[in-house]
Design a protein around this ligand. Structure first.
Ligand SMILES: NC(=O)c1ccc[n+]([C@@H]2O[C@H](COP(=O)([O-])OP(=O)(O)OC[C@H]3O[C@@H](n4cnc5c(N)ncnc54)[C@H](OP(=O)(O)O)[C@@H]3O)[C@@H](O)[C@H]2O)c1
Length: 355
């Protein structure tokens, strides 16, 4: 891949929903970013979005955006059921891609996208903004430097109260609905960041009538002897907290562990030490850090971000697959299409009857 050399990195936005609007609003504020095109399934929606954000080109169809040579990088913000197709189109055409989380529906689709990006020698990154958050990076460094000794356990939760009506994408199996893929991806990615890929997975879930998980709890075990307990829900608002316990101390992230404004380091025999976000880093919900990381990588000619490595994304997708195997959640058409882990899970029955 040749490095992006223009004064501004030229972004294309694929889809016009909630996240597309949130990310575009943050991009518009970045001096070295320029949003030059938007694509939607319908021209009317693309035009309305373009007008709202002052975007010069609006396409009714994803192919035209994928082929637009004047776009440096495409941000894919469809529901996850369409990430494989949408991101694949862009990669095939040689576009760099930032793809919303969860990266894909399953590990097989994720592996296909990663293989395609590597074959085409273009940049690809999961929009796991948590990994780009400055305070999360600080926490990771502290753990790596041994501030709490050897990590023994971790817990993290992300539950929303809803209620989400049956028509909402979070309840729709065809759109990859359920708590795990949308919300559980954060606690699982947090565990991946600090512990790597688990060697074994146990899980329980409560499923909806539509067959998506309303809430899921999973216990991840690691060869190191560590355990991680992760929970997600679309039927109950949880604290969104995390804690990591080691042989010599503990770190608590009291709320919003995926976009923290503070965390506390407890070390045996010492006063607790609080770490706070730097006000210069902007609002905690800002997506600018991931956008800045993409632009830094593109200018450096990198095809992958060291902050959000593709192998980590693949490991997270394998873990999500394993959890779904244990609780019996399958998406339409997936039974035949799943990779190794999916096939292993085909014998699995839902462990909890539908709510
Ligand atoms: N990073 C974060 O903090 C965060 C937060 C929320 C969600 N997300 C992720 O972002 C993605 C989008 O979520 P969202 O909340 O923006 O959803 P959304 O508001 O429903 O928007 C999704 C957009 O995708 C297009 N779309 C809808 N159904 C589709 C389908 N069946 N096939 C293809 N395209 C379809 C539509 O745009 P057009 O009409 O223009 O085609 C729609 O507006 C999801 O993967 C979600 O997990 C990330």
């Amino acid at each position: 891949m040749s490095a992006v050399t223009g004064q501004k990195v030229r972004w294309g936005i694929l889809a016009t929903g909630g996240m597309a609007a949130r990310f575009t609003a943050d991009l518009v504020d970045l001096p070295d970013a320029e949003v030059v095109a938007v694509a939607s399934r319908t021209e009317a929606s693309a035009k309305a979005f373009a007008e709202r954000f002052g975007i010069p080109r609006a396409y009714g169809g994803w192919e035209t955006l994928a082929r637009d040579e004047d776009v440096d990088v495409v941000y894919v913000a469809t529901p996850h059921s369409a990430h494989r197709t949408a991101a694949g189109l862009c990669l095939e055409a040689g576009r760099n891609v930032l793809c919303e989380k969860p990266f894909t529906l399953n590990a097989r689709e994720a592996a296909e996208l990663v293989a395609l990006a590597r074959e085409k020698d273009v940049f690809l990154m999961e929009a796991m903004w948590m990994y780009c958050n400055p305070l999360v990076r600080r926490l990771k460094k502290l753990v790596e430097d041994g501030a709490i000794g050897e990590v023994r356990s971790l817990q993290a939760d992300f539950g929303l109260a809803g209620p989400f009506p049956p028509a909402h994408r979070l309840r729709d199996p065809a759109q990859g609905g359920g708590a795990l893929l949308d919300l559980g991806v954060y606690p699982v990615s947090f565990a991946q960041l600090l512990l790597g890929e688990p060697s074994d997975v146990a899980a329980r879930a409560v499923l909806s009538e539509e067959g998506v998980d309303l809430q899921t709890g999973a216990l991840l075990s690691y060869d190191s002897g560590a355990l991680a307990s992760v929970h997600c829900s679309i039927t109950g608002g949880t604290p969104h907290s995390a804690s990591v316990t080691g042989s010599e101390g503990r770190i608590d992230v009291p709320n919003g562990f995926f976009f923290p404004d503070r965390f506390v380091l407890h070390r045996d025999g010492r006063d607790p030490q609080e770490f706070r976000a730097d006000p210069a880093d902007g609002p905690r919900e800002s997506l600018r850090h991931e956008a800045e990381e993409v632009m830094r990588a593109l200018r450096a000619g990198e095809t992958e971000s060291p902050l959000v490595p593709l192998d980590g994304t693949l490991a997270v997708m394998r873990t999500l697959d394993a959890i779904r195997d244990r609780v019996g959640v399958r998406y339409p058409g997936e039974r035949d299409a799943r990779g190794e882990r999916g096939e292993r899970g085909e014998a699995a029955e839902p462990v909890v009857t539908p709510a």
